[in-house]
Ligand binder design. Sequence first.
Ligand SMILES: *[C@@H]1O[C@H](CO)[C@@H](O)[C@H](O)[C@H]1NC(C)=O
Ligand SMILES: *[C@@H]1O[C@H](CO)[C@@H](O)[C@H](O)[C@H]1NC(C)=O
Ligand SMILES: *[C@@H]1O[C@H](CO)[C@@H](O)[C@H](O)[C@H]1NC(C)=O
Ligand SMILES: *[C@@H]1O[C@H](CO)[C@@H](O)[C@H](O)[C@H]1NC(C)=O
Ligand SMILES: *[C@@H]1O[C@H](CO)[C@@H](O)[C@H](O)[C@H]1NC(C)=O
Ligand SMILES: *[C@@H]1O[C@H](CO)[C@@H](O)[C@H](O)[C@H]1NC(C)=O
Ligand SMILES: *[C@@H]1O[C@H](CO)[C@@H](O)[C@H](O)[C@H]1NC(C)=O
Ligand SMILES: *[C@@H]1O[C@H](CO)[C@@H](O)[C@H](O)[C@H]1NC(C)=O
Ligand SMILES: *[C@@H]1O[C@H](CO)[C@@H](O)[C@H](O)[C@H]1NC(C)=O
Length: 897
Amino acid sequence: MGRSSLEELSAPPWLTLLLGLAAAAGMLQVRGQRAPSVEGFISIDCGLDEKTSYVDVIQIPYTSDAGFTDAGSNHNTSAKYWTTRMSQTHRNVRSFPDTVRSCYTLPSLVPGSKYLVRATFRYGDYDGLDSLPVFDLYLGVNFWQTVNVTEVDMAEIAEVIAVIPDDSVQVCLVNVGSGTPFISALVLRPLENSLYPPANATQGLVLIDRYSFGDTGKVPISYPDDPYDRNWLPFSYPEEWSDISTAEKVKDNIGNLSLHAPSVVMQTAITSRKDSDSKTIQLAWDIEPNHVYPVPGCIAILYAAELEILASDDVREYDLIINDKRTKVPYRPKYLIAAALYNNEPHHGFSQYSFTVIATANSTLPPMINAFEFFSVISTANVGTDSQDVSAINKIKVKYQVKKNWMGDPCAPKNFSWNGLTCSYPTSGRPRITSINMSNGGLSGDISSFFADIKDLQYLDLSYNKLTGSIPNALSELPSLVGLDLMGNQLNGSIPAGLLKRTQDGSLAVRYGNNPNLCSDNGSCQTKKNNYMLAVYIGVPIFVVLVIGALVVLLMFRVRKKKGLARGSHGHGRQQMENRQFTYKQLKVITDNFKVVLGQGGFGTVYDGFLHDGTHVAVKLLSQSSNQGIEEFMTEAQTLTKIHHKNLVSLIGYCKEEKYLALVYEHMSEGNLEDKLRGKNCTDVSLTWRQRLHIALESAQGLEYLHKACSPPFVHRDVKTSNILLNANLEAKVADFGLMKAFNHDNDTHISTVRVIGTRGYLAPEYATALQLNEKSDVYSFGIVLLEVITGHPAIQQSEEVVHIVQWARLRLTGGNIEEVVDTRMQADYNINGVWKAVDLALKCAEHAPGQRPTMTNVVAQLQHCLELEREDHTNDNNANSGFYMKDDNGDRGLLM
Ligand SMILES: *[C@@H]1O[C@H](CO)[C@@H](O)[C@H](O)[C@H]1NC(C)=O
Ligand SMILES: *[C@@H]1O[C@H](CO)[C@@H](O)[C@H](O)[C@H]1NC(C)=O
Ligand SMILES: *[C@@H]1O[C@H](CO)[C@@H](O)[C@H](O)[C@H]1NC(C)=O
Ligand SMILES: *[C@@H]1O[C@H](CO)[C@@H](O)[C@H](O)[C@H]1NC(C)=O
Ligand SMILES: *[C@@H]1O[C@H](CO)[C@@H](O)[C@H](O)[C@H]1NC(C)=O
Ligand SMILES: *[C@@H]1O[C@H](CO)[C@@H](O)[C@H](O)[C@H]1NC(C)=O
Ligand SMILES: *[C@@H]1O[C@H](CO)[C@@H](O)[C@H](O)[C@H]1NC(C)=O
Ligand SMILES: *[C@@H]1O[C@H](CO)[C@@H](O)[C@H](O)[C@H]1NC(C)=O
Ligand SMILES: *[C@@H]1O[C@H](CO)[C@@H](O)[C@H](O)[C@H]1NC(C)=O
């Protein structure tokens, strides 16, 4: 078997090798006797009625093309051009009048394997226009050839041998403006990878001719004689060359199939005529250039075996001359043993290719050749889009039934990339989809989660469609996503935490207006009434037990000493959690085996951690031993998945494995406000008044959101400085929703809880004493927070006697001297009117009667005003403390006492 190139035939050892191995031959004959398997064959009769199939004359089953393509329309060819021996595939065609590129997808391939793909085009005036088209053919993303249909009743055949990189390949017809592309048949045959060595990962072989010399038959030799269903055209010109044949089988020369022709093909041959003086056989091909390969490279394969028993003094020996290049060592065909000679490197630069077999001077017999294949080479080096992207976008295409030009590879070739997609084309590696614009595309149904599989996605525009359902949080895990437009749909639910977090850290812009049912900062949550939310909490803080003493003569409850949280044993967690779920194992990785403790929370320990993408997180792990706290855990998790606001801590995910319950939050690097004001974090520079105002305002906004933006509204129930967390920019977010309750305004003005929960010093009187709870209870607690912010003092000062901060402040303010209460560490750097206003506000919030307390909306407005005063102060230093607010101020102060 000729593994060397023709130029290298001077090295003869391979010949001996081949002969030595002859005994191992015989594979083909064996194959020829059984009907070779059609396993792996794909045989499509294009344009055949859907769900129709048949077995053709050579026992290969054909199916219709429905399911292989979603473009084009079926037509029968004109019966005028039918013949009795015509292949059944020629009765009908599929044509593609509406699309520039139309593709078939051939599935279930073995990636990296070698295949033969053959397409047949027989016009047969299927459209009654009697007009022959010219169009291009692509194998995947690589140009294959131009199809020039030159006769109405003749089949044009395109055949390529190529290594297919993926588990499917597309064959695409491209309209080049010279008529409507159509196709009659498309087949794919698996080849052994060792066949056709010149066909490799980057080079494909396009068939020009394949001949069985000396064959006087009328039809090509094909399946089952050729197990790969190649078609060997009979070639016999007795006028020019003598035909020789044998009834004996010709053996393949080695057990290896790297090149071989079937025995029947090898059993016939041509030689130059005995009466001719010329001892040469000369063949020539014009090479048809096309617009992609103006001068194609070529590969020739010559198959030779001696078919005659030679007399002892006879020698058949010849040289090959290919385009004037002569082999250096002559070749002597061996009796009934096939060999193949070919050039491994394509010959380039010829527009005509001549191939001469010439007897050497010593040869007593004319040259003899049995078969011949001739190919031009194409590059198959272009690679299609990343296969995960392809798979995802195809699922999206199917889901929304996108037609447009969504066919073939989404990104490649660039010219044909799908409408609405933008791709990146790295110099090495596969193209990736970077943006998808399906705006105004008439899409309905929910948002496909497959968008989240397109990992390099930067922009996703789904605006102005009819999309329903909720927004998949998975989108937030697209690391490169910077723009998401969901405007003008019918989405419901709320913005998932992950996305919200991305918007807050500025890495993502989300547009979601004109979705009437979407719960956003502006809208109202369509939160379902959750029974678990009304769960009764049992147990009380020690402090409360002491204060309200006998009032609480209710059931028996366990007291949890640590923090006064208690819990019931109600059903929980039936709701679908939307956020990311972590396993305990993952948490171990995230927290580096729970290495750094950030704090001790209400029901467990909070650990420092990092997600694999570098996101800094805090992991709150429920105490392992207890089965308590599950209620709060679930409440918090469920709640956070529904509630999103820039001033409420974002839940990134959670873990719920048998005995492990954990919540994963965004990490708030500056810790909590309590520590910042007077704990371990306050040692360095104290917070300025302006920073404090910002923190107060932001916390108030978070609470206002809970009270106002959601329906039903939520009461936090545990507003305190240690539950207000600060990020690196000192932006405040309210945390710890484990105690939060939802209640419905329509039916109740307050919720009666069986037991008080919350934290000593922050509990509104009506709540602590009468167990009545509404938003005003939070307002009270916020008043305490605001006082702490202003004064730097804790809610309860425990010196000789217990002093509550409200008492303490009121007492000091009777003298009208604000400096008595303001935190001295601010070093008097503040607008005095602003501070007065803030103090007034705090004390109003802490009014005994809930009705006299402002709403959080009002609190937000007032704090904004304070901040404006502070800003004016800073922009106009000379007018510091100029008192346009004095009037209000005095009046209010009087009231306070
Ligand atoms: C083609 O002809 C067959 C019968 O000969 C018929 O069943 C089929 O519907 C025709 N197809 C088209 C597209 O006209
Ligand atoms: C198609 O074939 C015809 C006839 O051989 C030729 O004249 C024409 O130039 C070809 N067109 C293309 C685009 O190759
Ligand atoms: C078969 O072909 C492969 C490469 O195509 C080669 O590595 C191997 O040595 C061949 N086997 C024999 C027995 O020649
Ligand atoms: C394929 O064959 C061509 C021609 O011999 C060669 O240039 C190319 O590097 C080969 N590609 C691979 C991937 O081996
Ligand atoms: C032809 O045969 C003669 C004698 O057998 C030998 O010396 C010579 O090398 C041969 N020539 C070629 C080209 O093989
Ligand atoms: C593809 O683009 C190239 C250059 O950008 C152009 O020459 C060629 O005509 C285009 N092909 C098609 C089919 O649009
Ligand atoms: C998407 O396409 C529409 C027009 O079809 C255009 O208005 C919009 O700006 C595009 N979106 C993006 C993100 O490019
Ligand atoms: C959101 O819309 C989907 C589909 O229209 C519906 O099945 C689901 O119940 C809705 N959810 C809410 C909370 O309204
Ligand atoms: C929310 O409302 C504000 C002002 O009312 C508006 O500027 C903003 O665009 C709205 N946001 C959304 C997402 O609709």
